[in-house]
Structure formats: C-alpha cells, structure tokens
Ligand binder design. Structure first.
Ligand code: SDX
Length: 394
C-alpha cells in the first residue's frame, strides 16, 4: 500500500499521489466517485450533484445542493471586457485553444481571489470556474460560426443554460430538448473525474508549485487537448468518417491498424492505460448513443460502422491479447454529433465534464500538508563528462 510498483524496466515507479476522490479497478472495470459506483450515479444523480460530491466529499443535502446551484447560476456571466477577449482569435481557432486561454485569463479578472491557502478564495474560484467555463465554451463555438454570444439565463438549469448559449439565437426562443439535457448531463457526469489521468496529473503538478486554480486548470485543458487523451472523441469521429469515405470497409481498416505500417493508425476510442477490461463509462455511453441516435429520423451510418468496429475488435486476437476495449471516447462523439456539436467541440465537452474533477483533485493536493512541489526524476542515458571542443575543430 506504499503505492510502489516495480516496472519491468527494473526501476521503481512510485504512485503519483494519495487520493480519496476516485477509485478505479482497471481489471474489474470498476469506477467509483467517493465510493459511489458510477453506474448508480449515472442513473440517479446529476452532474452538479456529483460535482459537489467530488469537490466536497459527500453527497449534498437539499440545502447544500440549492446553495451550490444558485451560487453557480449567479456567476455565469463573463466580465464585459472578457467578452471582447474572443475578438482576438481567428474564426478557425480550435475551441480547446480558446478555452485554455480564456480559463487562464480568468485569473487576471479575479486577482483578489487567487490565494490557494485562503478557503474563501478557493471556494469563490471553484464557483466561478464551474459557472463560467460553460459560458466560455459556448462563446468559443459562437465565435467560430460568427453568431452573437447570448448572455446566460439564470432561470435555466446548468446544462439547459449551456445548450441555449451554444445553439440559441437572439431572433427566436430556444426550445429545450429534455432528452438532450438528460443525456448531456449524464455524459458530463461520466467524465467528471478519473483519478490520475494525464490532464488531472497536469493540474496537480502545476498546482503543486502553488500556481492558482485558474492557471492549473488551464494547463489541464491543454493536456486534455491531445488526441491520445481527451482529443480521442474528436479523433474517433474523424476515423469513422475516413472509413465511411473509403467505402465503409471496417475489416480493411482493422487490418491497417494491425499492420501498424502507419503508427498513427490506431483504433481511436479503444484501449486505456488502466482499464484492461471494458471501460464502465463506455457501456453507459453506448446505451445512451443507441437511445439518442435511435430517435433520429435518419439513422447515422457512423453508428453502424462504430458497432461493426467494436464487434470485430472484441473478437480479434490482436485486440483481445492486448486487452484493448472501447473507452469512454468511443461512442461519445456520435451523441455529440447528433446533438449538433461540430467535432471541434467534442473535447471541450470532455473538459466541461472533467472540470469538477480537476478542481477536486487540485483542492485535495493543495490542502495536503505532505504535498511537495512536483519534481519527477529521470534515468540519464546521455553522454558522460566530456570537454568543450572549439568550433574551429568541429
Ligand atoms: C482517455 O487515463 C485516463 O483515465 C484517460 C481517460 C480519462 O477519463 O481521463 O480515460 C480518457 O484519455 C481515454 C483514452 C482515449 N485515447 C484513445 O482512445 C486513443 C487510442 N488509444 C491508444 O492510443 C492507447 O490505447 C492509450 C494511449 C489510450 C493507452 O495506451 P497504452 O495502455 O500505453 O498502450 P500502449 O501504447 O502501451 O500499447 C500497448 C499495445 C501496443 O501494441 P504492441 O506494441 O504491444 O504491439 O497495444 C497497442 C499498441 O500499439 N494499442 C493499440 C491501441 N492502443 C494500444 N493498437 C490499436 N489501437 C489502439 N487504440
């Protein structure tokens, strides 16, 4: 239980931290937030309630949830000067790049509440992040499509407000789709935390230097951007579109992946650093995908391709022997596409979901008296000592 494991390279890799937030058993496919199984939370909780659980450690009482929700609602507005911030980006700026810049910029508007050791300042920064990131995310999308940015409507729920700011226009009232709200709320909940993944470890590492919460979360957004991490949900859709444009021959694509001639050709949305079994979130997302896409007048052919890919991979020795199963990213993109999001917004939706987890993990780290500044060591394999050679002799 010292968190020490000896890797096959012979050197000991110590656990990166001690945490009581999220538990994963990769072999059994178990995921729990503060002890509660993800399946129960997905079915019976909401994103904000589970966010409170991750951040504060317990499920909220009705009064605590009401206070958390209303404090978030009353901080959804961005400073007017921040709205002009978006004018500086090119129209084709990737929303993840806009999101990480804007989150970092929040620290310039709230310089009075950046002290990581002042609990009140940490609390208001937590509320401001939970409240303003959906507004920033929707503005990044509006900027990309040249539509006006809508002010938040505090009479709406968290997900409703985000969908309205993203897809609403001033000219006509926005009609809330309760199924889209319910499914997106669950998807955000499924992404809310995942112990020490790449982006969360980044948030903890940056925060370990006592950098403020906004700066640490902005670093986490950048880590999540990569296609091997949160960017995979966008890469899955692009992969399915390539297969479709190439005639829809799934077996041919799978052979290309197995040939590994092109190392970049991976089965995106498959495999995981920890899960060597079916990612429990993927099973819940697949069910939601079938529900949402099943309602569509015109079925999405990419869903059929995805299910064919899954079926082939789960029975193919190459994938089975390497314990490669669908992960949380394999089906999410199909749902986001059905909701009207462009592929460039998929990873932003992942960030929206992961936000409470980043905040909870940063708070746990900063409050842990054992926390020291992150300073990983290395195995040096370079030259031994040698003398400087003057340029004339090189
Ligand atoms: C997320 O950490 C988290 O918790 C992340 C996350 C979260 O909630 O925060 O769960 C979210 O990031 C999910 C992962 C999303 N990424 C993808 O879907 C991209 C595709 N997947 C892979 O690139 C890969 O599976 C990783 C990066 C996710 C995990 O890589 P591993 O465990 O380090 O596996 P590996 O690179 O050591 O590969 C082991 C073998 C290799 O083959 P061999 O060298 O043994 O012959 O499996 C192969 C790899 O080539 N392999 C794949 C593959 N993933 C691994 N082959 C084809 N397709 C894949 N997707």
């Amino acid at each position: 239980d010292t968190g020490q494991v000896t890797l096959d390279t012979g050197f000991v890799n110590t656990a990166s931290c001690v945490s009581s937030i999220t538990y994963i058993d990769g072999d059994a496919g178990i995921l729990r937030y503060r002890g509660y199984p993800i399946e129960q939370l997905a079915e019976r909780s909401t994103f904000l309630e589970s966010s409170y659980l991750l951040i504060h450690g317990e499920l909220p009482t009705p009064a605590q949830l009401e206070d958390f929700t209303s404090r978030i609602q009353h901080h959804t507005l961005l400073h007017e000067e921040m709205r002009r911030f978006f004018d500086g980006f090119p129209r084709d700026a990737h929303p993840m790049a806009v999101l990480s810049s804007a989150v970092s910029a929040l620290s310039t508007f709230y310089q009075d509440s950046l002290n990581p050791f002042d609990q009140e300042q940490v609390e208001i920064s937590t509320i401001r992040l939970m409240a303003k990131v959906p507004t920033i995310a929707s503005y990044a999308y509006k900027k990309a499509i040249g539509q006006p940015m809508l002010y938040p409507d505090n009479s709406l729920g968290y997900v409703e407000n985000f969908l309205r700011m993203t897809f609403g226009v001033p000219a006509t009232p926005y009609e809330i789709d309760p199924v889209a709200v319910k499914v997106l709320d669950m998807l955000l909940l499924l992404h809310a935390d995942h112990e020490q993944n790449c982006s969360t470890s980044t948030v903890r590492l940056v925060g370990s230097s006592q950098a403020n919460l906004f700066a640490s979360v902005s670093a986490g957004v950048n880590a999540l951007f990569g296609p091997l991490h949160g960017g995979a949900n966008q890469a899955v859709l692009e992969m399915l579109q390539v297969i479709r444009e190439d005639g829809g021959d799934v077996a041919k694509f799978v052979s290309r992946v197995k040939d590994k001639k092109d190392t970049a050709t991976r089965l995106m949305g498959f495999g995981h650093r920890v899960y060597k079994n079916y990612d429990p979130r993927a099973a819940l997302v697949k069910k939601a995908a079938q529900e949402v896409l099943g309602r569509m007048a015109k079925p999405d052919p990419l869903l059929d391709l995805a299910m064919q890919l899954e079926e082939i991979a789960l029975s193919d020795e190459y994938f089975v022997s390497r314990k490669l199963y669908p992960n949380v990213d394999f089906y999410t993109g199909l749902i986001y596409k059905a909701m009207g999001f462009p592929t460039t917004m998929f990873t932003v939706l992942f960030a929206l979901g992961r936000l409470p987890g980043w905040i909870a993990q940063w708070r746990e780290m900063i409050n842990d008296p054992e926390t020291k500044i992150g300073r990983p060591r290395q195995v040096y394999i370079g030259y031994g000592a040698r003398d400087y050679a003057p340029i004339a002799g090189r």
